[in-house]
Ligand binder design. Structure first.
Ligand code: FUL
Length: 693
């Protein structure tokens, strides 16, 4: 009897092990990531630092003729940048070795327009070297931003420039150790200094750079380097079509290897694309990429950075967060604080995975085998996964906590080495014996995180409702993350009324008008607040239930626009540009040809020291002005030109454009649009304002 039992056990064991051996790994589904792409995806978050001559001229893009004498960051400390980036959760730093102005942060042999002719360290400094050393010390990887567009080079636009560009790239990829990513900005061609020519040069971005050969050079010099490119040849990563810090909720890591890449493909990827080109979601911790002192109160707050996290890493993208460097060569303390607090918030949010090693059951398991069982999705190991039989495209997996448990986040990861598969899924919870849908999503990819209001449930059910191939899930995480209140928005309409609002339901607001920090003992907001003239408004949102306050929001308003009149325009809707609402826009599109003037009567004379222009926030609409002239007048007859130039980068980053000049007495202002992003004859305005002394 004993012997029979033994045989039975041995037989059972053998058949199970043969069973395991026979269950094949799922075949890959479409394109898959390379080892380099895999490594980058697993880094998840890395930083940009923007530093150049622009830092000293308060510009977004230099023209190429800015004096190298300006570059003298007396406290420059790449170790501070590295420490802050590290403490902000970043795994690498991409430095703007050369931005569009052409100034080089390293002493390139091939140009005089570099740190070697700057007063900084008597021309002996090398910022790329210091960055490389600091990265090494802090265990960070180093990346290089090298702008293909060079507004300083006399050769830009000619074939010689390509040799120059490759020479510089060779220096950077040879002398500074391992480089994890090279970043080739898409802004290309236009007017510039070009060695003194001061002209407009256009290039064909699909052919001019001969990217194929440049890529071959990169692969030779740095085989582990990822290429980011927003022009011409497809790189290893893609831009997501906005610099605002979010990728589409549906986000395929696929594109087509050749052909045009329309905006939608950048933003959502291509479900059946034939190349693996995942999304890199870039944004700056401030509105602009370079440091501008007038943005010191506009640094992204922890709740805003958390949104960015959920809209990048939480949507199958990587996060590329920029820290601007101040003229003294350091990161501003507010940027440091918010960056570091953000990393703490991420850590706290994902500290305890309540799904880890709980009881899990799946509707289907590949070949009924233990190797691909439901438990493999919650074992905390990145190389084990739950997989279904090949013919199964819809399946569910249930996790049992054993008791009611509170949570508000659901995280899922596909084993992307076998391709991206899931097209749609839902998450349900068993609450008081009933299944309730908590959230649903489309793609998953490397990582997808869904947020929903806290729920107390005993079980969670993850349902894959559509998939390109049989699903392969490497990880599921369930968390109870802290919730952060967003700082409220503050606006002032033309009659001077301040309104305070938020998208969230529930919080109340407290505010101050004297520049002091608001608390829940400050004035409570009960409706629009009338104001006149210059005023500084600070406000917080406050949730009485939790006793939590939001970060402080801050707006500085100049003279009231109550008595302003738009001259010579009868369309009443033009007042949209003065109503304080960024969403309302008015366009001049009545057959006038560029240049198109906008004249405003301020009512009385002021000492005007600058103007502000907010473009249409919809980048698809025409009328976003790129080149302008700005005049002032006492009588609407004699005009004095006080500012002219470009609204750099306005297409990709449609921020409030702020231009300052020496104070001048004026009752009338004239903004002349010379060119827009479409190259047609439309001028659009979301807001127009002035600054006075
Ligand atoms: C943009 C550039 O034009 C900006 O100046 C910045 O460098 C950003 C990261 O990319 O396209």
């Amino acid at each position: 009897m004993k012997r029979i039992l033994l045989y039975a056990v041995v037989l059972a064991f053998l058949s199970t092990s043969i069973g395991i051996a026979q269950v094949k790994v799922p075949a890959s589904c479409g394109p898959t990531p390379s080892e380099n792409q895999m490594r980058l995806q697993e880094m998840e978050a890395y930083a940009f630092v923007h530093f150049s001559l622009n830092t000293y001229t308060d510009q977004s893009w230099g023209f190429g003729n800015e004096d190298v004498i300006l570059f003298n960051p007396e406290k420059a400390d790449c170790r501070q940048w590295a420490r802050i980036c590290k403490e902000s959760g970043m795994k690498g730093i991409i430095i703007t070795a050369k931005h569009h102005c052409g100034f080089c942060l390293w002493p390139s042999k091939y140009t005089e327009y570099s740190v070697k002719n700057a007063p900084w360290k008597n021309g002996k400094g090398d910022m790329v070297r210091e960055m490389a050393d600091a990265c090494k010390e802090y265990g960070l990887k180093l990346g290089i931003y090298l702008s293909p567009w060079d507004r300083n080079s006399k050769d830009y636009g000619k074939p010689e420039y390509i040799t120059y560009f490759r020479n510089q790239l060779t220096e950077l990829l040879t002398n500074y150790g391992e480089i994890f990513e090279v970043w080739f900005d898409g802004a290309n061609g236009g007017n510039g200094y070009y060695g003194g020519a001061n002209e407009t040069r256009t290039i064909d971005r699909t052919t001019y750079y001969d990217w194929k050969n440049t890529y071959a050079l990169i692969h030779k010099l740095q085989p582990k380097c990822i290429i980011w490119n927003d022009g011409g040849e497809r790189g290893d990563l893609r831009w997501v079509g906005t610099e605002d810090g979010y990728v589409g909720e549906t986000n395929w890591s696929l594109l087509n290897a050749t052909g045009d890449v329309p905006w939608g493909n950048l933003h959502f990827g291509v479900e059946n694309g034939n190349a693996w080109v995942p999304a890199e979601v870039n944004t700056s911790i401030r509105p602009e990429w370079f440091y501008h002192p007038n943005e010191d109160a506009k640094v992204k707050t922890v709740p805003q950075l958390m949104d960015y996290y959920y809209h990048s890493i939480g949507r199958n993208g990587t996060m590329l967060l920029n820290f601007p460097i101040m003229p003294n060569g350091l990161i501003h303390p507010t940027d440091e604080k918010n960056g570091v607090d953000f990393a703490k918030a991420v850590k706290e949010s994902f500290a305890v995975n309540i799904a880890l090693n709980k009881k899990a059951q799946a509707s289907n398991v590949r070949g009924n085998s233990g190797k691909f069982g439901a438990d493999k999705a919650i074992d905390g190991k990145k190389d084990s996964y739950w997989a279904t039989d090949d013919n199964v495209k819809t399946a569910s997996l249930t996790i049992d906590f054993g008791k009611p448990t509170l949570f508000n986040r659901f995280l899922a990861q596909e084993y992307i080495r076998l391709g991206q598969r899931v097209k749609a899924f839902t998450v349900e919870a068993l609450v008081d014996g009933n299944w309730k849908e908590l959230a649903k999503g489309t793609t998953i990819g490397y990582k997808r995180i869904l947020r929903f209001p806290s729920v107390n449930a005993t079980k969670v059910r993850f349902n894959i409702t559509d998939s390109k191939c049989s699903p392969v899930i490497s990880n599921i995480g369930i968390y109870n993350a802290p919730v952060f209140l967003h700082a409220p928005s503050i606006a002032r309409n033309q009659s001077g009324e301040i309104s305070i609002s938020t998208d969230e339901v529930g919080p109340i607001f407290y505010y101050t008008l004297d520049g002091s920090e608001p608390t829940h003992n400050s004035t409570k907001y009960t409706g629009p607040v009338p104001t006149q003239g210059k005023v500084t408004v600070k406000a917080i949102a406050y949730d009485p239930a939790s006793g939590k306050s939001s970060p402080v929001s801050f707006e500085k308003f100049d003279i009231s626009r109550k008595d302003w009149k738009i001259v010579g325009i009868s369309d009443e809707r033009a007042a949209a540009m003065l109503d304080g609402d960024p969403a309302s826009v008015w366009h001049q599109r009545d057959g006038k040809k560029m240049p198109i003037d906008l004249v405003i009567d301020l009512g009385i004379e002021y000492n005007v020291s600058g103007f502000k222009y907010l473009p249409d926030q919809n980048k698809w609409s025409s009328g976003i002005i790129t080149h302008y002239l700005f005049y002032v007048s006492a009588d609407n007859k004699d005009w004095k030109l006080v500012s002219e130039g470009e609204f750099s980068n306005i297409k990709n980053n449609p921020l409030m454009q702020i231009k300052t000049f020496a104070p001048v007495s004026a009752r009338y202002i004239k903004l002349t649009a010379l060119k827009n992003t479409f190259g047609d004859d439309v001028a659009g305005y979301a807001e127009v304002d002035v600054m006075t002394k």
